[in-house]
Design a protein. Structure first.
Lengths: 177, 286
């Protein structure tokens, strides 16, 4: 009987099994079961898990970005410190060079002054001696001139006595000449 | 070192390609045996085109009695859909990796896709309803795609299923609308942007449209899927005639590609319409 009835129902709806109302309760029941099953899978496992993974990834990304930023800042600081040290070293080197130069200059100046003084003293001494020698030489010239004049007078007028005083005056007068 | 790593990569791709080929060959063999066992043999040399028999609901373990709790082919294919959802969302995300693998990427992609859809279309305050919308999307997309396996049963090709889904959305959305806005929900039908004289007329139209929603929402899905499967079956029937077989098979391939698109697209459409209706319930003022 039941078989005949379902067969008749199937024959009655040859076109669309979708319109066969006898299958509706079965489909709807299993659909509800399926939806509940998927809903449980989704809400109990999938959404919390995927949400946590996505949140963790976001956190990791943020952390990594922050770390990168930090490292970048540190690198910039290190560079600034390096540049500062370089500038300090350079100015220090300049300072030392200047100091040394000034020291050497001062030493040089004092040495030059000492040398100048020495030279001046030596020159004065030499001048004095030259003057002395000059005076001595003049005196000798006078004596030699007197002698030569006496000899010349003896040679020119032999036998005649020469007045020594007149000779000396004559020589002196000539020398001044 | 570099050549060595390329070699390993090549062997890996070669390995996976071989696996895929083996799986396809196994599927082909199974389908061939199913075809031998099935009632595809044309009787008396004529074409046997029966595009509707694929939609028949029958008990899984024999017998003709189809009471509401008897496991049927509906049960089988819905069960496979549940297994597929579990495989993607539970097995796939087992690693909980910060850098996801292939299956976890897929799961995250689907999650992100539906989550963004709900947030963008229905707004942030619709996110509490995201689990149910995600459930509906997953069920529809898996049922549609599983239905494209030859000799399978497409649960979404039945009005009973899609009407249940659509009515669930319709009733829930209406209840949410009244619960959140009270009588203010009725302002959904009162278009303040229209001239005052026209508003009653428009309100009547709006109410009719509102009650037409579950109809279009459900018929769109089951109609598209059932029609596509029927067309495929017709083409497959014509493939039995030697003369037009090449044409029929080429048409079959083209329709199959189209149906693959329709399967995903209809799931998307159903979900986004759910979001639109939810938005109307949460923010009825135009």
């Amino acid at each position: 009987m039941a078989d005949d009835a379902t067969a008749a129902a199937a024959d009655a709806a040859p076109g669309m099994p979708q319109l066969d109302i006898t299958s509706f309760p079965n489909q709807i029941f299993w659909l509800v079961v399926t939806l509940i099953a998927i809903y449980l899978i989704v809400s109990r496992v999938a959404i919390p898990r995927i949400g946590a993974v996505l949140a963790e990834r976001q956190g990791t990304l943020t952390n990594d970005l922050a770390t990168a930023e930090d490292l970048k800042r540190q690198a910039a600081e290190a560079e600034a410190a390096y540049n500062q040290a370089l500038a300090d070293a350079r100015s220090e080197a300049h300072r030392i060079a200047d100091e040394t130069r000034a020291e050497i200059q001062a030493e040089l100046d004092s040495a030059i002054a000492r040398a100048d003084a020495e030279i001046a003293a030596k020159a004065a001494e030499s001048e004095a001696r030259i003057a002395e020698i000059q005076a001595g030489a003049l005196k000798s010239v006078e004596a030699v001139a007197g002698d030569v004049a006496a000899d010349i007078a003896k040679a020119v007028a032999p036998g005649q006595s020469v007045d020594a005083k007149a000779l000396a005056d004559a020589v002196a007068a000539r020398m001044k000449g | 070192m570099a050549t060595e790593s390329t070699n390993t990569a090549e062997t890996q791709t070669g390995g996976s390609g071989k696996t895929i080929a083996l799986v396809l060959a196994a599927v082909a063999v199974v389908l061939f045996i199913l075809g031998l066992m099935g009632d595809y043999a044309p009787e008396g040399g004529g074409l046997s085109i029966d595009p509707m028999s694929q939609f028949e609901v029958s008990p899984l373990f024999g017998g003709d009695e189809l009471s509401w709790f008897v496991p049927s082919n509906v049960t089988l294919w819905m069960g496979i859909a549940i297994a597929a959802v579990a495989a993607l969302l539970v097995m796939g995300t087992r690693g909980r990796a910060v850098i996801p693998g292939r299956s976890q990427s897929m799961a995250e992609l689907v999650y992100g896709f539906v989550h963004k859809m709900v947030e963008d279309v229905a707004g942030k305050d619709a996110l509490p309803y995201f689990p149910y919308i995600f459930t509906a999307f997953l069920y529809i997309v898996f049922a549609n795609v599983l239905g494209l396996i030859p000799a399978s049963f497409t649960t979404t090709s039945h009005a009973a299923v899609t009407v249940t889904l659509a009515l669930t959305v319709f009733i829930s959305v209406t209840v949410i609308g009244f619960a959140k806005n009270g009588v203010g929900f009725l302002s959904l039908f009162w278009l303040t942007s229209a001239p005052l004289i026209l508003r009653p007329v428009l309100a009547v139209i709006e109410v009719i449209l509102y009650f037409a929603r579950p109809v279009s929402h459900s018929v769109r899905l089951f109609g598209a899927i059932a029609a596509g499967h029927a067309v495929m079956k017709v083409f497959a029937g014509f493939a039995g005639a030697a003369l037009i077989a090449p044409l029929a098979i080429a048409g079959m391939v083209a329709i199959y590609a189209l149906e693959l698109l329709v399967a995903v697209l209809q799931a998307y459409v159903f979900t986004i319409l759910t979001c639109v209706y939810l938005k109307d319930a949460l923010h009825p003022h135009h």
